[in-house]
Design a protein around this ligand. Structure first.
Ligand SMILES: CC(C)(COP(=O)(O)OP(=O)(O)OC[C@H]1O[C@@H](n2cnc3c(N)ncnc32)[C@H](O)[C@@H]1OP(=O)(O)O)[C@@H](O)C(=O)NCCC(=O)NCCS
Length: 214
């Protein structure tokens, strides 16, 4: 059973959600969090480290769509511009305090397609920033903002069972483990399990912890 978040302005129907997520709205949006800021990416933010990070095998190991093709400045600009225009997605860049270049992204997508739900993904492409708690904090900040400001009632994410760091940050950010799906997905040509998590919104402690989650 879904429990709605306590929102500033709950958007109950898809058309309202779609209306608010204009590129002008996104251009003016900035979220502060303990490690720096998060704001929707613009084409002008793209830098060689972003493209190189997406092509780094240690970064893209679990980002199947990213590593399908070699990323270039052109493909990354196209992705950023598509997300800026999309009425159902926001691609946040993560800026570590004091840095001029962003080091990662958090993407909300499928906003409002199914009731007032959304999906989320995260990538810290600059490995120098791993292991500092930043991924957890960025995920929590965007998730709480989506529930509060957009009135999203549940945010869902799928994580490969092999991706231990990602499983840790979803649980630490307040996500609940919902289910494991085996034999539907492949990783490196072999069947694998995908673990699904859900952010239940504010006012409710996280209780779902996956079995053997490390
Ligand atoms: C997943 C990711 C966003 C985490 O970002 P981060 O800023 O390093 O996250 P945090 O520092 O908040 O937390 C990482 C946690 O994972 C742990 N961790 C890292 N690598 C691990 C591993 N191989 N096995 C087990 N735990 C691991 C860290 O110790 C830390 O846990 P702790 O706080 O209990 O010590 C980052 O590793 C990343 O972008 N990876 C590549 C893209 C990706 O896989 N995205 C997720 C797709 S679902």
């Amino acid at each position: 059973m879904e429990r709605p978040c306590r929102g500033l302005s709950s958007l109950k129907a898809q058309p309202q959600t779609v209306q608010i997520l204009t590129s002008n709205f996104k251009r003016e949006l900035t979220l502060r969090f303990p490690f720096g800021i998060l704001r929707p990416l613009l084409a002008a933010d793209i830098h060689p480290g972003y493209v190189a990070g997406l092509n780094d095998p240690e970064v893209n190991r679990f980002l199947v769509n990213v590593r399908k093709v070699r990323q270039t400045a052109t493909s990354v600009i196209e992705f950023v511009e598509q997300n800026l225009l999309a009425p159902d997605a926001i691609l946040f860049g993560i800026w570590f305090q004091g840095d001029t270049l962003h080091c990662g992204t958090v993407r909300l997508h499928n906003l409002g397609l199914q009731k007032d739900r959304a999906q989320i993904g995260i990538c810290v492409f600059d490995r120098r920033r791993w292991g500092k708690g930043m991924g957890t904090s960025a995920l929590r900040t965007v998730s709480e903002w989506a529930c509060g400001a957009l009135g999203v009632s549940a945010i869902e994410a799928g994580v490969y069972a092999e991706n231990m760091a990602s499983q840790k940050i979803f649980v630490a950010a307040g996500y609940e483990w919902r289910k494991d799906v085996a034999d539907t997905y492949e990783l490196d040509g072999r069947p694998t399990t995908v673990r699904f998590y859900r952010f239940p919104g504010s006012g409710r402690p996280s209780s779902g912890v996956p079995p053997q989650s490390g």
